[in-house]
Design a protein around this ligand. Structure first.
Ligand SMILES: Cc1cc2nc3c(=O)[nH]c(=O)nc-3n(C[C@H](O)[C@H](O)[C@H](O)COP(=O)(O)OP(=O)(O)OC[C@H]3O[C@@H](n4cnc5c(N)ncnc54)[C@H](O)[C@@H]3O)c2cc1C
Length: 396
């Protein structure tokens, strides 16, 4: 989730059983019945319901992900790392490109280093292409950094800097994006809901313009690439919600629908799919590229994410820190909200509460992976304040 997406999600607009229904207004035309807001069940936003706080580092490269091929002694190494805040979203498309390059070498016994979003999708696509595959990794899910992501379809989130990419990168990005999206379609409706569409509501009291001014990027801020317009046809347009059509207490509200990845279940499914097809996993940590010589395979896909900075001494990877406070899952809450720079997403495996901070540069070049409990609680208090306003109950 990027700040500009967050702000773009805010535009002019307004719990039976215990859900919240729309407030009525004589002045506002109702939404057509087929488009009406479903019952909004409140989130139980108490700090003692935080069951974990996680920190993840986005493996950001100004030029975009590394996908070139390198010879290291007798090995052909295909790189597949550096996907910033878009690693899950672009995984299938990026790994498809890496697999094509790996299979072009003619070998049918292939190694993958890494068991995160990019390693798992590379391994599965290699199997589909007819290869025998072994994953070598220091960690596997749920320990990998990928397991600590928000879980949204965000294909151009901190993926590159506008002025640092090659001329053909936007087209390559579009190819990765469309191929990934197509693959994700096949996970919809699958038992356990590894992937699903959720409505997301962007809420604000100031007008969108005022909100934007309040959170303006500092002067000289980095210009992160934005390619969303190239794939406008993939996802629905967001929709302004007129006052009275929704139960939220803010002056402005907008709804859109986005793909959500329930990462605990989804990554388990990827691991299982890989093992069922005869894949092997070995626990190993590499300290330098020369250690690849111990592998029997001649072709290796390097999907080590942020780990490539140390392993490959690739200082073009910049860590972009992000923290999530996890509230106990509430299956009855089936939507996301953005409010006061906090992103809330109700996943099957926990309710994500993420302080987006000010600007896309938030967390940039910060490699601190220590959770900040006070910041986590403060983000949850923002959620509590929202529902307090909605339900007119005092904060506690
Ligand atoms: C807060 C936050 C929220 C995010 N939200 C989203 C989102 O909603 N949607 C989205 O698309 N993306 C999101 N991202 C980005 C996404 O999480 C990353 O782009 C993605 O996880 C990168 O995956 P990876 O497989 O490259 O790396 P990792 O998940 O880090 O996997 C690397 C693998 O390589 C192994 N490895 C590394 N070094 C070595 C070594 N030396 N020897 C052996 N093995 C090694 C590791 O053990 C691991 O198995 C988010 C990131 C953050 C920080």
């Amino acid at each position: 989730m990027k700040r500009r997406d967050f702000l773009a999600g805010v535009s002019a607009v307004g719990l039976s059983g215990c859900g919240v229904r729309a407030r009525t207004s004589a002045l506002s035309p109702p939404l057509p019945s087929y488009d009406a807001i479903p019952r909004i069940m409140p989130i139980r936003a108490h700090v003692d319901r935080i069951f974990r706080v996680t920190v993840c580092l986005r493996p950001f490269r100004a030029a975009g992900p590394r996908l070139d091929v390198e010879r290291v002694a007798d090995k052909t190494v295909v790189h597949n790392y550096g996907h910033g805040g878009s690693g899950w979203s672009l995984s299938w498309g990026s790994s498809g490109i890496a697999v094509e390059k790996a299979m072009a070498a003619g070998e049918r016994d292939v190694a993958v280093i890494g068991c995160g979003a990019l390693g798992l999708t590379s391994a599965i696509l290699l199997q589909r292409a007819g290869a025998k595959v072994t994953i070598y990794a220091k960690e596997r899910p749920p320990e990998v950094r990928s397991a600590r992501a928000t879980g949204s379809w965000t294909p151009d989130s901190r993926i590159a800097l506008t002025n640092a990419v090659s001329a053909d990168f936007p087209m390559l990005w579009e190819k990765m994006c469309r191929n990934s999206f197509h693959m994700y379609e096949s996970y919809l409706g699958v038992a356990g809901n590894p992937v699903e569409w959720l409505d997301q509501y962007s809420l604000s009291d100031p007008s969108p313009a005022a909100a934007q001014a309040q959170t303006a990027e500092p002067a000289g801020a980095l210009s992160f690439a934005s390619y969303r317009n190239r794939v406008r046809d993939l996802t629905p347009r967001s929709q302004d919600l007129p006052p009275g059509s929704h139960p939220f207490p803010t002056k402005y509200a907008r709804r859109n629908s986005n793909l959500t990845f329930n990462i605990a279940g989804y990554s388990r499914q990827l691991v299982n799919d890989f093992l069922v097809e005869g894949g092997r996993m070995e626990h190993i940590e590499f300290h330098s590229p020369s250690e690849l010589s111990q592998l029997s395979q001649k072709v290796v896909i390097n999907a080590t994410g942020y780990g490539a900075r140390a392993l490959w001494k690739d200082e073009s990877i910049v860590p972009v820190r992000g923290q999530i406070a996890w509230l106990i899952p509430q299956p009855e809450v089936n939507y996301g909200v953005q409010y006061k720079n906090v992103n809330i997403l109700s996943r099957r495996d926990g309710i994500v509460v993420q302080d987006l901070g000010i600007g896309d540069v938030e967390g940039y070049n910060n490699a601190d992976e220590e959770p900040d409990r006070a910041a986590a609680e403060s983000a949850v208090r923002v959620v509590a304040e929202l529902y307090g306003r909605m339900l007119a109950v005092p904060l506690r």
